[in-house]
Design a protein around this ligand. Structure first.
Ligand SMILES: [Mn+2]
Length: 270
């Protein structure tokens, strides 16, 4: 099913295949007058497991029940990337997963209400050593130069990623140096994509940390230096079970609403 263009969107951080949290997000989206959910990766696409399949059917049921047209998502690191690679995009370039659930491939561009969006999912799993290839870890998780090239250089309004751009005020835990280099490569690619496409807003998940940051960089135009800016918003995850894990995006005019000061989401089961 191809949903009509949304006008107000609930942005959601990592969901990790958490059906109950997905239900809360759909309920919340409805209450806040959102037509659709845009989820920022680590959605939980694990169709090789019974739980993963159940999650997908629950996404459809929750969306139907709460009148949400569609749950759109970019890929995180913890998706079955081999299964994703085997799916054919629809004519509009999005991939229908199940009813009311569509995947936005890396490099895909689209417009809603005239707002230009770009998707650039993927990240490096810092816990790959405790994961099993093909079962809980997939090589294709990492955003590549080819993905960034696919996105192109035309201007964007909103860039939707899973990892943060390089240089954000985020602190992870200590990891082996080689992993630090590989994981940072993804963030550098996202920063390059921002410089190339100059989005007004960048939204991402992955770090399970809610923060806002104004990114600034100089660009030489004619013989002058012009300062460019982008608003970066990192969202929390299902583990928070509260309003750090979501925000609202209005499309006309484009407006990101910080949800930190508003009513907390009702807890699943409450
Ligand atoms: Mn992640």
């Amino acid at each position: 099913m191809n949903a009509a263009d949304p006008k107000r969107i609930l942005l959601a951080g990592d969901v990790h295949g958490n059906s109950r949290w997905m239900g809360t997000l759909c309920k919340l989206a409805r209450r806040l007058g959102c037509d659709a959910i845009l989820q920022l990766g680590d959605f939980g696409y694990w169709p090789h497991t019974a739980d993963g399949l159940k999650f997908l059917s629950q996404v459809t049921l929750h969306a139907e029940r709460h009148g949400i047209d569609c749950v759109y998502w970019v890929d995180g690191n913890h998706e079955n990337h081999d299964a994703l690679a085997n799916l054919e995009p629809d004519e509009d370039g999005m991939v229908t997963i199940v009813d009311r659930c569509r995947y936005l491939p890396r490099g895909h561009r689209w417009q809603w209400a005239g707002v230009r969006f770009g998707a650039l999912g993927g990240a490096f799993s810092v816990d790959h050593a405790v994961r099993q290839e093909g079962t809980s870890w997939w090589r294709r998780e990492v955003l590549t130069d080819a993905d960034v090239e696919r996105l192109g250089q035309e201007p964007l309004d909103v860039l939707v990623t899973h990892d943060a751009p390089d240089g954000m005020p985020l602190r992870g835990f200590p990891i082996p140096q080689v992993d630090e280099i590989l994981s940072r490569e993804v963030r550098i690619r996202i920063l390059q994509a921002i410089h190339a496409t100059q989005p007004k807003l960048v939204v991402h998940g992955h770090w399970h940390h809610r923060y806002s940051h104004q990114l600034e960089w100089p660009e030489s135009v004619a013989d002058d230096l012009v300062w460019r800016t982008a608003q970066v918003e990192g969202l929390g995850a299902d583990i928070h079970q509260d309003n750090r894990a979501w925000a609202v995006l209005d499309l006309s005019p484009l407006c990101f609403s910080d949800a930190r000061d508003s009513t907390p989401a009702s807890r699943p089961g409450a």
